[in-house]
Structures are given as C-alpha cells and as structure tokens.
Ligand binder design. Structure first.
Ligand SMILES: C[S@@+](CC[C@H](N)C(=O)[O-])C[C@H]1O[C@@H](n2cnc3c(N)ncnc32)[C@H](O)[C@@H]1O
Length: 400
C-alpha cells in the first residue's frame, strides 16, 4: 500500500479486505479504485440481499461460512438467526451475508426462549461427539435438570434438541460425517434418533456424495426431521430424498485457467518429505499418503487440515516438477461455493476472501456444499408448501 496516505479510523474489516486485494507496490490510484469498486460491490450486495419476501424462515446453527444458508436461500428461505463462535468464520459470514448479524456466543449459553426467533426450518451441521450413557439415560427419563447438566453442556447435539423442544420448528435439516451411524459402535446414532423421535419428529436420512455436483468425493449424512405435530401423516408420507443427479464434474471445471501464484507450489523439501512418507507407509501396507490429481479426476474429501501441507489433494502440473495445492478460490469451487451463489449475494467476481489462506482452507474443509443443501432443500420445500397450502398461508418473512 502507498506509504504517504494517512487515513484514520479505518475498520479492521476494510484493512484486511484491502490487504487481500492489493500488492505492496500498488499505487494510490489502484488503492482508490479498489476502495471505490469494493464500496460499489457492497452496495450491490446489500441490494441483492434484500429478502423482504420469503417462502419460509430458517435458523443457521454451527453456521461456519453459511453453506446451509446459501442452499436454503436458493430455495426461497430467509435466515432469521445465525450462530457461529469461531471469529474467523463469523468474519467471512458477516462479509458474505451483508448486514446479517451472527451470534458468536457458545450456542449452549444462549437464552433459547428469548434470543432465538420463531422459525420454520432449523439447520445444523453439528460436530459429532460421543454421548455418555449416564447423561443419555437421564435425558430419556426426562430428568433434564441436575445430573443431566454435565452432558447437556458437553454434547452439542443437545443444544439442537433443546432448541427443538422450545421452538418446535416444523422442519430440521441436520448434516454430519458419513460415519455418524457407526460412531461409538452405533450408540451416537441410536441416541440421536431416539431423542428426535421423542421430541416428536419423523426422521429420514440419506448419505449423499457431493461428487454429483462438484469434482470431490464428500459423503455426508443428511437428516431431515419433520415434526408430527406440524404436518399431516399424508404430508409426511410424501417426503423422499430425490435421486442424485447423474452429473459427475471433473476437476478441470474448477481449476484456474493459468498457474496461480508461486506460493501454492510445493517446495522441493515438502514434496520430497511427502513422497518419502508415502513410500514408508506403502512398504508397511498402509494407504496413507498424498493424492496427486489431474484435470480429469475427482478429488478426495477436502478436510479442515488441508492448510497444513495440502497432501490430500495435490495438483499435478506437467510443466513443473513439483505439484501445487489448490488455491482458496479453487477450494471454494470444489465445495460448490460457485459464481451462481456469489452473484446471488452481489459478488459477481466470486466470494471475497477476508481471512488468511489458512483460515479460508479450514473454513471450506469444514463446510457443507451449498449445492447439496439446495438439492435436499428442494425436497423439504415441497412438504413445507403442502402445509402452507393447507393452512392457506401466503408466506412472507414479514408475517412472522
Ligand atoms: C462442521 S462446522 C459447520 C460448517 C457449516 N455447515 C458451513 O457450511 O460452513 C461446525 C461449526 O460449529 C462451530 N461450533 C462448534 N461448537 C460451537 C458452539 N458451542 N457454539 C457455536 N458454534 C460452535 C464451529 O466453529 C464450526 O464452524
């Protein structure tokens, strides 16, 4: 940035935005142009995010960077509350969903009755943890005070269960890793199903691989819960997960057209280390190691650890000896955070990156693909529409 420009009281958000958009040698002219174009982008984003009319309302728990929010917004939903305690994820969320306040407190500490608004759909991609048998049996006998408190404080699924009991949303969509069903020898899944059932929900689930939408294998369990007190039996009976599309995009659809900055190339040292590590494990009969992929491949699951060495997805580059890692912009597209969604929020040039590369990789590795959410959301919306028709509701976010 030019050194002879003194501007006071510039917000941290603007400073990091400028730093991620400007090089050290950029001129005053470039700086001013960037500020003006970012300002115009913010205004257009605010305008395109106006949702004075919506088909249903939702809350976004464990919101991360808003994969659920984007997918359900695309189905006509309006977000009325978001919770995420990680300050970097909340910074990204706040920038992308302009003017949307995110609650950064621990979800287990909030006053549900007063602080969470009424909503139609509860969304949550919650962390998977084992349940202690003691805590669970107390929950089942509805002794939801005293001794149960420890478990309630510990297990994040209970935060969802408590909100469901208090707010009774007609629908919940939960997402988790595929092995939720085998986690803790099946105990975790059993407890979750029991609690949802006792809270009055009919539970449907399906493991869906995001590879039908993006060039990445990412199997996740989607759990759709329909409240028996909100829907007729005949309405619930109509719910089903649609067949996944037959499309299977290739990696080339998300790669930059020209090689990215040098910092994304693996150094000789790291590349030698990863090869030696893989060889050692191969000799022992283990499959651990890097994955080298080309334009016609589909990658492994990108994880929150991708920032460490990128070994799970390395891009082979015929013109270079060493492979490279994905850039954060490519990681975004690999998760389905594509230009359709960025444009819908008023960012025609793609989602702005307002955190470091490390944080950005963590955020994408932790996120849910908005394209898969949009797909599942379409099936849910059909059932919500049946209910709204029966109730003669003309829906608008202002009617809540
Ligand atoms: C698996 S990620 C969900 C990501 C999200 N679905 C997305 O698309 O980005 C779980 C998120 O829950 C947040 N989290 C974990 N414990 C929390 C708590 N007690 N209160 C609020 N947020 C919490 C984490 O910071 C993390 O971002």
């Amino acid at each position: 940035m030019p050194k002879d420009l003194l501007v006071r009281n510039v917000s941290d958000e603007l400073v990091s935005l400028l730093e991620s958009n400007l090089g050290p040698a950029d001129s005053m002219n470039t700086l001013l142009k960037t500020v003006i174009s970012k300002g115009a982008e913010a205004i257009s984003s605010q305008e395109s995010q106006d949702q004075s009319h919506a088909d249903f309302t939702f809350i976004d728990l464990f919101a991360g960077i808003g994969g659920f929010h984007l997918g359900m917004r695309a189905n006509g939903g309006k977000c009325v509350y978001s919770s995420e305690w990680d300050k970097y994820a909340a910074t990204t969320y706040g920038t992308w969903f302009k003017g949307h306040k995110i609650d950064t407190r621990d979800i287990r500490t909030i006053d549900i009755k007063r602080e969470i608004p009424k909503h139609d759909v509860l969304l949550a991609g919650f962390p998977c943890q084992p349940f202690s048998i003691a805590g669970v049996s107390k929950k089942n006998s509805m002794g939801r005070t005293h001794g149960f408190e420890d478990e309630k404080q510990g297990n994040l699924f209970f935060a969802i269960a408590e909100i469901a009991e208090e707010k009774r949303p007609p629908v919940m969509i939960l997402e988790n890793v595929k092995n939720l069903k085998s986690h803790d020898k099946g105990n975790t899944w059993q407890v979750i199903q029991d609690i949802l059932d006792k809270s009055g929900y009919q539970v449907f689930h399906k493991v869906i691989d995001a590879r039908h939408w993006v060039p990445q294998h990412r199997e996740r369990i989607f759990i759709v819960c329909l409240r028996r007190g909100s829907f007729l039996k005949s309405e619930i009976a109509q719910f089903e997960f649609s067949e996944t599309p037959r499309t299977a995009p290739k990696l080339k659809s998300i790669l930059h057209a020209s090689p990215p900055a040098k910092k994304y190339m693996l150094t000789d040292g790291l590349w030698a280390y990863l090869q030696a590590y893989a060889a050692k494990h191969k000799a022992k009969g283990n499959g651990f190691g890097y994955q080298l992929v080309g334009p016609n491949d589909v990658t492994r699951t990108i994880s929150a650890r991708y920032y460490k060495d990128g070994s799970e997805i390395l891009i082979d580059q015929p013109e270079w000896i060493n492979p490279r890692r994905l850039t954060p912009a490519e990681a975004a597209k690999l998760m389905g955070f594509n230009s359709k969604f960025s444009k819908s929020l008023g960012f025609p040039g793609g989602f702005p990156q307002v955190v470091s590369d490390t944080q950005a990789y963590k955020q994408f590795g932790n996120s849910v693909s908005p394209l898969v959410v949009e797909w599942v959301g379409k099936d849910v919306k059909k059932i919500l529409d049946l209910r709204n028709q029966r109730l003669g509701r003309v829906y608008s976010s202002n009617s809540k």
